[in-house]
Design a binder for this molecule. Structure first.
Ligand code: ATP
Length: 231
């Protein structure tokens, strides 16, 4: 199996002097392609920070992160931005949908940034909205949708660019449990059909029961546990 994310000896601290917070200490892990992975841990344990580091949105204090075998520490800002736009899909807490664009326009907006040829847009929009079950709602604006539906549009937009990696920060928070399960089902389907590798954060024990690869952040360290109940 190929490793898509490798983290070697990563440390992360914020601030300095008396205000210094050491958040991550000598983190080492390797995530294989087409896995659904969750980071869990209490509030403030560093889940979002670690996701931001993997997404090249922040820099480690020390250590190396490799995405698809390439060290992101050696990339300049422009290269990091290109990596994010072309290889990664982000599903972050506030959904990040453009309010004055319809569902299909939001997805097209993401496609434009990656320079996908215009002739392929409609088919791609249909494909990803079918995956999340929202093709019928393509002409609607985000405010006309529920929180769970907006989250599904955010997922559709993330997968439209065929990212090798999807990073999802608390994708089921603020959703009722049925809607949360639906999101995880979609993620599992994406992983099974080898469309993406997905790393998400959660502190919901019921959601975490559904995920095969779980990393717990605790006392600046990380501990891996395979969920044997998943077949
Ligand atoms: N840019 C920053 N500057 C200073 N401190 C920060 C910064 N970003 C995060 N922190 C601190 O690092 C700690 C971990 O934050 P992080 O958001 O990674 O935690 P989390 O595990 O995702 O928490 P939650 O479950 O509440 O979202 C927090 O105490 C936060 O205040």
């Amino acid at each position: 199996m190929e490793s898509i994310v490798t983290i070697e000896g990563v440390y992360k601290s914020f601030g300095n002097g008396n205000n210094k917070v050491d958040l991550l200490e000598n983190i080492n892990l390797s995530i294989e392609t087409y896995q659904l992975v969750a980071f869990r841990g209490r509030s403030g344990s560093g889940k979002t920070t670690l996701l931001n580091l993997i997404g090249a949105l922040d820099y480690p204090t020390a250590g190396e992160i490799y995405i698809g075998g390439e060290s992101i520490g050696t990339l300049n800002e422009k290269q990091r931005s290109k990596l994010r736009q072309e290889k990664m899909g982000f599903v972050f807490q506030s959904y990040g949908l453009v309010p004055f664009m319809t569902v299909e326009e939001n997805i097209a907006f993401g496609l434009r940034i990656t320079q996908t040829s215009r002739g392929l847009w409609q088919a791609k929009i249909k494909e990803v909205l079918d995956i999340v079950g929202l093709y019928k709602r393509r002409k609607h604006y985000p405010y006309e949708l529920s929180g769970g539906e907006q989250q599904r549009v955010a997922i559709a937009r993330a997968i439209a660019i065929d990212p090798m990696l999807i990073l999802a920060d608390e994708p089921t928070a603020e959703l009722d449990s049925q809607t949360g399960f639906r999101i995880i089902d979609i993620f599992q389907e994406l992983v099974k059909s080898q469309k993406a590798t997905i790393i998400m954060t959660s502190h919901d024990p019921v959601i975490l029961e559904m995920i095969e690869h779980v990393y717990t952040l605790e006392d600046r360290n990380i501990v891996y546990q395979k969920n044997e109940n998943i077949v």
